[in-house]
Design a protein around this ligand. Structure first.
Ligand code: AHG
Ligand code: MN
Ligand code: MN
Ligand code: MN
Length: 319
């Protein structure tokens, strides 16, 4: 009989000062999970009727998740401020002496909400440096003190790291996140590639050649299957557990990439590297990119080391 380890216990054992941060995220995730589970019975689905700073039609659940994350994190004495996909500027709290900044995508996969497909919450934690909030928000991904996501699916699972490995916690019937996986490691290679192939014609040529190379079985003889859910957090979760590579290359529509560096690419890159995987924007390691503004976008190729390193080599050689 394995002993039950709750999320807050796990965090307190390694990084006690982060306990409140994870407690806040867990409280928010419980509320978001419930709202999603019962969304069909309330008016929680559909468009909110506003456009966010990304230029996207906000869904009601985007706004709900955002409000709930800010509510709970604002009550965590150690959280100084939040940065959200849904808010143009940071939300600053009056928590005296607080030193953490939580940067998050409150609801990832909004296009899948109304069709009952997995969605998630992604978060990154940076530390306030020298009282300079803007500079602290724009630190490189290598400076993250913690990162994680919650995937709302058949079960609600939080996957997280505080820099000493990746653990997963499943939400139980008592509303507790109980450890269900520890010291998670991404398989070395395959069996899946995950990308929106509708964009392939507008990728840089090197990405089309890379995909053709994978499909020929030219990467260590491995053959591949395609899986694309369209919720980054779900596509990443499968890649973490089963292996392979997720790619969102530059496209004509999004020449700098579609995904956001601070609250999608960086936290997933930290998790990937902690699980012996890798994450690049093509030529460069995601976590070494120097952010210039909080909503900046990036290309993202993340997953098993073999595939990601092969892509990075292909893109560098194509220069
Ligand atoms: P969000 O719902 O937080 O705006 O993110 C949506 C993202 C990500 O979840 C997913 O990988 C990507 O959009 C899918 O984009 P395409 O529909 O262009 O493939
Ligand atoms: Mn969005
Ligand atoms: Mn997202
Ligand atoms: Mn989102």
């Amino acid at each position: 009989m394995t002993t039950k380890v709750a999320l807050e216990q796990h965090v307190a054992a390694g990084s006690p000062e982060l306990r409140e941060v994870f407690g806040g995220v867990a409280a928010a995730a419980r509320e978001i999970a419930k709202q999603i589970r019962l969304a069909g019975l309330s008016d929680a689905l559909g468009a909110y009727g506003a456009v966010n700073v990304q230029g996207e039609q906000q869904q009601k659940l985007d706004v709900f998740a955002n409000d709930v994350m800010i509510k709970w994190l604002g009550q965590a004495a150690s959280v100084a401020a939040c940065v959200s996909e849904e808010d143009e500027a940071p939300v600053v709290f009056a928590n005296a002496g607080a030193k953490y900044i939580v940067i998050f995508d409150p609801l990832d996969g909004s296009s899948n909400i109304d069709v009952n497909v997995n969605v998630g919450t992604i978060f990154s934690v940076q530390e306030l440096q020298g009282g300079d909030l803007d500079a602290s928000i724009l630190q490189q991904g290598t400076k993250q003190v913690a990162a994680g996501y919650v995937v709302y699916g058949p079960s609600t699972v939080m996957v997280m790291t505080t820099g000493t490995g990746v653990a997963a916690f499943t939400l139980d019937d008592n509303g507790e996140f109980i450890r269900s996986n520890d010291a998670m490691q991404m398989p070395e290679q395959g069996p899946y590639y995950s990308t929106n192939e509708a964009n392939a014609a507008s990728w840089p040529e090197a990405y089309r050649e890379y995909l053709a190379m994978l499909l020929r079985g030219d990467l260590n003889g491995k053959t591949y299957s395609s899986r694309y859910i369209g919720s980054l957090v779900a596509d990443f979760h499968r890649t973490l557990l089963k292996g392979g590579v997720f790619l969102y290359p530059p496209t004509d529509k999004a020449p700098k990439g579609k995904l956001r560096l601070l609250y999608e690419a960086n936290p997933l890159a930290m998790l990937a590297e902690q699980a012996n995987g890798a994450a690049v924007n093509g030529p460069e390691r995601i976590m070494e990119l120097q952010p210039e503004q909080i909503h900046q976008r990036t290309a993202l190729i993340v997953g098993s080391k073999r595939e990601v390193e092969a892509l990075q080599k292909a893109v560098l050689e194509a220069r």
